[in-house]
Design a protein around this ligand. Structure first.
Ligand SMILES: Nc1nc2c(c(=O)[nH]1)N[C@H]1C(S)=C(S)[C@@H](COP(=O)(O)OP(=O)(O)OC[C@H]3O[C@@H](n4cnc5c(=O)[nH]c(N)nc54)[C@H](O)[C@@H]3O)O[C@H]1N2
Ligand SMILES: Nc1nc2c(c(=O)[nH]1)N[C@H]1C(S)=C(S)[C@@H](COP(=O)(O)OP(=O)(O)OC[C@H]3O[C@@H](n4cnc5c(=O)[nH]c(N)nc54)[C@H](O)[C@@H]3O)O[C@H]1N2
Ligand code: SF4
Ligand SMILES: [Mo]
Length: 731
């Protein structure tokens, strides 16, 4: 059987695998009222999974219905209040389009469709294919693409099997360049949650980061603390973002020229001797080379590049330097922009070093996790070929596997990888060009498995689709992030899994057992693992089911002492302002400015980002969040509206530089976007028909990204180099 493009799960067989309105549906006002008066509600702890920030929460259930989900009062990720999306998590349970039965691709009379099968058949098929691949090619030829905390179960499965090729769009399409740039400079990346001490800051500098629309709960809260405390807020963004609206200093930069601004800031800070000279002398190397490098990059020079006036550049440089060390120069998060992204992150990291704010109060604190032992298991086998062997051929400095590289190695007559597991990630909408690559991979690979809660775009390429139950119906790995105060949180089920859906841990264990990996899954139920780990730190699962969140005292200080000589994990043991690693690898050891070509006449830069109501492409079909924002709109400048003779609320199609046409999308005419750009919220324009609410609504930014600016250092896929024009839609 030949696999072709992705199948829409609309075939009658497929529909039987979805929950359906008769079982689910969203409670209307009358039902809510009834629920609210029925009490008493049962309360159980969870960690939100509407995004991976994993805020600890309390699920209030009455019978088999969820009344509401509220923030856990003791949780530092949310301080008792969930964000819009977390509150709407109820919809993740009620979504009538949820997957609730395993599906397998079948071909009858030359026609392919998905057929409901038993778990035993689906898992048996997967195990048979993987066993054959291991025998004929080696277990290292299995790859995975994952996201989120639940991925841990499948990472464990792959490592136990003998593969470490586990890629995430959260690296190559998100944090990769940022973490690589900071790693090269400080010997470590930035954490998640980011260790920015905004609540104690006197100045916060945001470069792009659109906090407020980017709704990582505690990050927004600490940014609000900074605003409330009267900190000077400097926002560098070509668009008038929500964060810009809170700032005293909004620098509407020409897109793609941030390195020029950062170099000019350094020029001012060095020439006016505003840097922390003691910190720089004790903790950095390469200062002289840096000083010589930035000397020509004056504010007057940068004006021409960035469009920011020299006065503003000088004034903001002085503000951030005088507030230091209580200055947060935020490292950003989504950093795959223009293809020079590791160098931009390096420029930010160097400035962090000059200001002496790493490990200092009001700058970057030192994060710490709870010392929570791992459940004792045998060591993993060493993969015959590691992801590094595959990735380093193209990107020698990439710090993690890249989805693009994995997919490229899934294609062709004799691909390196032979099977792919997709867990909690929607590649066709999160990696530009991945849909086409997956369609090709489907022809070359022996097996594609998708594990998802809903029939999203990625599942359409699979041979086997396994329905995971929602986070509200399962245990997962304990949350234990590096943060200000060590703290663990429990995700536990509030209700049993709907239909035949299963928790990820059980799916991974069942596959593991069928592959003969019993020694890596020696427990019956994942609660045994959780309970064992908690008992090592004086707790228990029983206790955690009651308290949800447990805090621990810190073992190390939150900041370095002023005047400390810090041991960094770089080759020199210092902050490397000048990077010998980059030089040795043939890259610029100090960042150089770049310029992006302007849009052709009649075209606009495609800018994109977040809205508070949605997460990536995962929530558009959530019946609660759908009501808050059913489709995205395209922001256009009034001059663009005039030129195309379109009005607010009318519909247009976006056509990119390669002729790709979007769905019809509603226009919002606003001066908040530049005349040379348009703005879209990411995650809309779904093409999977079984997502009944989300299907066909709004425009998909990913589909318009046919020009990818690869970052040669980290392998990140720069997404901002695309242009679109408008095509009027007749009413
Ligand atoms: N509600 C919600 N919040 C989320 C998420 C979500 O899905 N939904 N996702 C989370 C995740 S994983 C991430 S990575 C973050 C992403 O959020 P961020 O890390 O904040 O993303 P950025 O790309 O830095 O920010 C987008 C901003 O960059 C601006 N911009 C565009 N081009 C340029 C440029 O050349 N220079 C500068 N200085 N600015 C530019 C845009 O106008 C926009 O305001 O959001 C997180 N928070
Ligand atoms: N065009 C464009 N591309 C982008 C971005 C952008 O702004 N624009 N942003 C980039 C960024 S910053 C990031 S971090 C990545 C994120 O990209 P992804 O990792 O792909 O995004 P997610 O929303 O986490 O994954 C969505 C998938 O997870 C499934 N899912 C939801 N809950 C569960 C669950 O409990 N279990 C399982 N098994 N599946 C579940 C959803 O149904 C959906 O199929 O995207 C990147 N790609
Ligand atoms: S930030 Fe919002 S969506 Fe993300 S985990 Fe917290 S409450 Fe859930
Ligand atoms: Mo991200």
């Amino acid at each position: 059987m030949h696999r072709r493009d992705f199948l829409k799960l609309s075939a009658t067989t497929g529909c039987a695998a979805l929950l359906g309105p008769s079982l689910g549906g969203c409670a209307g006002p009358a039902q809510w009222q009834k629920l609210m008066t029925q009490g008493p509600a049962k309360e159980s702890p969870t960690a939100c999974n509407i995004c991976f920030w994993s805020c600890a929460a309390v699920v209030h259930t009455i019978g088999d219905q969820i009344w509401k989900i509220t923030g856990h009062p003791d949780d530092p990720h949310c301080e008792g209040r969930l964000c819009t999306r977390g509150t709407g998590g109820v919809g993740a349970y009620n979504d009538p389009n949820r997957l609730v039965k395993p599906l397998m691709r079948v071909e009858r009379d030359g026609k392919q469709s998905f057929e409901v099968v038993s778990w035993d058949k689906a898992l048996g098929f997967i195990a048979e294919k993987l066993t054959k691949i291991a025998r004929e090619h080696g277990p290292d030829r299995l790859a995975a693409a994952t996201h989120g905390p639940g991925a841990a179960h499948f990472i464990h499965l792959l490592r136990a099997f003998g593969s470490d090729s586990i890629a995430e769009p959260a690296f190559g399409q998100c944090r990769g360049p940022r973490d690589t740039g900071f790693y090269l400079t400080f010997g470590e990346g930035v954490g998640s949650p980011e260790q920015t001490d905004m609540e104690n800051a006197r100045c916060v500098v945001l470069i792009g980061s659109h906090i407020g629309e980017n709704l990582h709960n505690s990050q927004v809260r600490t940014f609000a603390d900074a605003v409330r405390n009267g900190a000077e807020i400097i926002v560098v963004d070509p668009r008038f973002s929500v964060a810009a609206s809170k700032a005293q200093h909004w620098l509407p930069i020409r897109p793609g020229t941030d390195i020029a601004l950062l170099l000019a800031w350094m020029n001012v800070i060095i020439s006016e001797r505003l840097y922390d000279a003691g910190y720089v002398a004790r903790n950095t190397t390469g200062f002289d080379q840096l000083a010589a490098h930035v000397a020509p990059f004056t504010p007057e020079w940068a004006w021409n590049e960035t469009g920011i006036e020299p006065d503003v550049i000088r004034r903001t440089a002085r503000i951030m330097a005088s507030a230091a060390p209580a200055t947060v120069l935020h490292p950003g998060r989504h950093s795959t922009w223009w293809g020079d992204d590791t160098q931009r992150a390096r420029a930010m990291a160097i400035l962090v070093g000059l200001l002496g704010i790493w490990g200092r109060k009001g700058g970057y604190f030192i994060p710490e996790a709870a010392e929570l032992p791992e459940f004792p298991l045998p060591a993993y086998p060493t993969p015959k070929t590691s992801w590094r062997d595959v990735t380093s051929k193209k990107y020698p400095l990439a710090g993690a596997p890249l989805v693009d590289v994995v997919l490229d190695n899934c294609i062709g007559p004799d691909p390196h990888y032979r099977a792919l597991i997709i867990y909690d990630t929607n590649l066709p909408m999160s990696v530009p060009g991945a849909g086409e690559k997956l369609a090709q991979a489907a022809k070359s690979l022996d097996l594609i498995v998708a594990i998802d809660v809903q029939p999203s775009e990625a599942t359409g390429y699979a041979d086997v689709i396994l329905p995971e139950c929602s986070y509200l119906e399962r245990y997962d790995v304990l949350r234990n992030d590096d943060e200000r105060e060590p703290c663990i949180a429990l995700r536990g089920p509030a209700l049993p899994p709907r239909g035949e859906s299963k928790p990820g841990w059980e799916i991974a264990r069942e596959i593991g057992h069928r592959l003969g990996l019993d020694k890596y899954f020696p427990w019956k139920d994942y609660t045994e693992v959780i309970d064992w780990r908690l008992k090592q730190v004086g707790g228990s699962l029983e206790e955690m089911r009651k308290i949800g969140v447990k805090r621990f005292p810190r073992k190390t200080p939150v900041y370095y002492e002023p005047g400390a000589a810090i041991a960094f994990k770089t080759p020199s043991g210092k902050i490397e302002l000048y990077s010998t690693i980059l030089k040795d690898a043939g890259f610029d050891p100090l960042p150089l400015p770049a310029r992006q070509p302007p849009p052709p006449d009649g075209f606009y830069r495609l800018n994109y980002g977040r809205a508070p109501q949605h997460s990536f492409s995962r929530t558009q079909n959530n019946p609660v969040l759908y009501q808050l924002m059913p489709e995205n709109v395209v922001w256009i400048h009034p001059s663009t509206a005039l030129r195309f003779n379109v009005e607010n609320e009318s519909y247009v199609r976006l056509v990119n530089q390669d002729g790709k046409v979007s769905n019809a999308v509603r226009v919002r005419v606003t001066e908040r976007t530049r005349p040379d750009s348009v703005w879209l919220t990411h995650g809309f324009g779904h093409t999977a028909e079984s997502l009944k609410l989300a299907y066909g609504r709004g425009a998909d930014d990913s589909a318009l990204m046919t020009r990818v600016l690869f970052d040669p250092i980290s392998g990140g896929t720069g997404m901002r180099g695309n242009f679109v024009t408008l095509r009027r839609e007749s009413a």
